[in-house]
Write a protein that binds this ligand. Structure first.
Ligand code: S3P
Length: 416
């Protein structure tokens, strides 16, 4: 079985979330095309509406009318499965003069929120978590700028502090230990915020932000990764992702695929504020394992499960160094990927917070596999099953709709 042809990944999830959440603070009206179709970004639009925002849908466009910080003084905000919605929203609400209750589904309710609450409290907001987790209550108010060193390379945490900084008196400085995705910085700066930075140090001062009249969301790099990676390990495959995001802070998996010996061609187009273009990947007949360093992880954090599948087909040892953050995603992704690919015959194990894979090993599919309700695990297992020449039952496979509702159709098209 091989994958062949071109596909357009759905609109990028991280950028779509930011469009919805920045619209709470920005003025203007933006016609967004290619808005991410998954359930996660629907959660962001739902909280935007619950706070008084108007969302129109005209043909394939989502029209966002910015609220310029004038939103409902109290609200109950259901963030569904989406950590990005909740964490960035906490930053947005920290500077608003109301009281807000933020909750989520069972998976989100188990995820850490103190890391966001802490800097927001230092800035002057009252934030209560439930033993460090959701539900979270935010009582916003007058904020003052802080100088904050992030304890982890997390774009969600960095974005929450920067969004609060937009409303805080004085300068807010955020320092990150390693480069994480920079969409918030790019979008805020392009749309009028006084934000500057380099080498992982970002400074923001209170400023007004105006949405552009129109914005096209590039294709989601993390969604594209599934088919690009699968092509690399299925003999005879060649796939092309069109209109894919090429932001360097998301492109870590390209570097790792090339290091493993995957034939990859990247043709950038020019576009501001986010670069995008075409990516072509083909079967790599002689893949080799490699080491992925701790400082590279933030740039490919969502791609570790599918890269682990590629590593299972590569000669030698692959080590993902210090990937403990994966334990804090929609499920413990280290345990999930090690147990489920392990059940298929992969030689994969956790060594402290490192993930180690020895390859190559043939895969076979047991009758049942478990996604643990995590969309990226479910897609990884679906493709692993394909490689094994089987269609195992994957528990909660429908969770794929969180980020990639068209995954099955695209897969069918590439198999045809
Ligand atoms: C995201 C950041 C990452 C990533 C998540 C989306 C974002 O999380 O895993 O899927 O849009 O900012 P962390 O910032 O917690 O690493």
């Amino acid at each position: 079985m091989k994958l062949q042809g071109a596909f357009s990944p759905p609109g990028d999830k991280s950028i779509s979330h930011r469009l919805g959440l920045i619209s709470l603070l920005a003025s203007g009206r933006c016609a967004v095309s290619n808005f991410a179709p998954g359930e996660d970004c629907a959660s962001t639009l739902a909280v935007f509406r619950a706070l008084g925002g108007q969302v129109e849908r005209i043909d394939n466009e989502v029209i966002l009318n910015g609220l310029a910080g004038q939103f409902a003084p109290t609200a109950y905000l259901d963030c569904g499965n989406s950590g990005t919605t909740m964490r960035l929203l906490m930053g947005v609400l920290a500077g608003a003069g109301g009281e807000y209750r933020l909750s989520g589904d069972a998976s989100l309710s188990a995820r850490p929120m103190e890391r966001v609450a802490k800097p927001l409290r230092l800035m002057g907001a009252q934030v209560e978590t439930t033993e460090g987790k959701p539900p979270v209550t935010v009582r916003g108010g007058d904020l003052k700028g802080v100088n904050y060193e992030l304890p982890v390379a997390s774009a969600q945490l960095k974005s929450a502090v920067l969004l609060a900084g937009l409303k805080a008196q004085g300068v807010t400085t955020v320092t990150e230990p390693a480069a994480s995705r920079d969409h918030t910085e790019r979008m805020l700066a392009a749309w009028g915020a006084r934000l500057s930075g380099q080498n992982g140090v970002w400074r923001i001062t209170p400023s007004s932000v105006t949405l552009p009249g129109a914005f096209r969301v590039p294709g989601d790099a993390s969604s594209a990764a599934f088919f690009l990676c699968a092509a690399a390990i299925m003999p005879g495959s060649q796939v092309t992702a069109e209109g894919a995001l090429l932001n360097p802070t998301r492109a870590g998996f390209f570097t790792v695929l090339e290091r493993m010996g995957v034939p990859l061609e990247i043709e950038p187009e020019t576009s501001e504020p986010e670069p995008w273009g075409t990516v072509r990947a083909a079967y790599g007949p002689q893949l080799n394992g490699c080491q992925v360093e701790a400082e590279e992880i933030a740039g490919l954090v969502d791609e570790v499960p599918i890269l682990a599948l590629v590593a299972s087909q590569a000669q030698g040892t692959t080590v993902f160094k210090e990937v403990g953050e994966l334990r804090l995603k929609e499920t413990d992704r280290l345990a999930a990927v090690a147990s489920q690919l392990g059940a298929m015959g992969a030689d994969i194990y956790e060594r402290g917070d490192d993930l180690v894979i020895q390859g190559p090993t043939p895969l076979s599919a047991p009758k049942r596999l478990d996604s643990f309700g995590d969309h990226r695990i479910a897609m990884t297992l679906r493709l692993a099953g394909l490689l094994a020449g089987a269609r195992p039952l994957i528990q909660d496979e429908e969770c794929i709709a969180i980020s990639y509702p068209g995954f099955a159709e695209t897969l069918e098209g590439l198999l045809a």
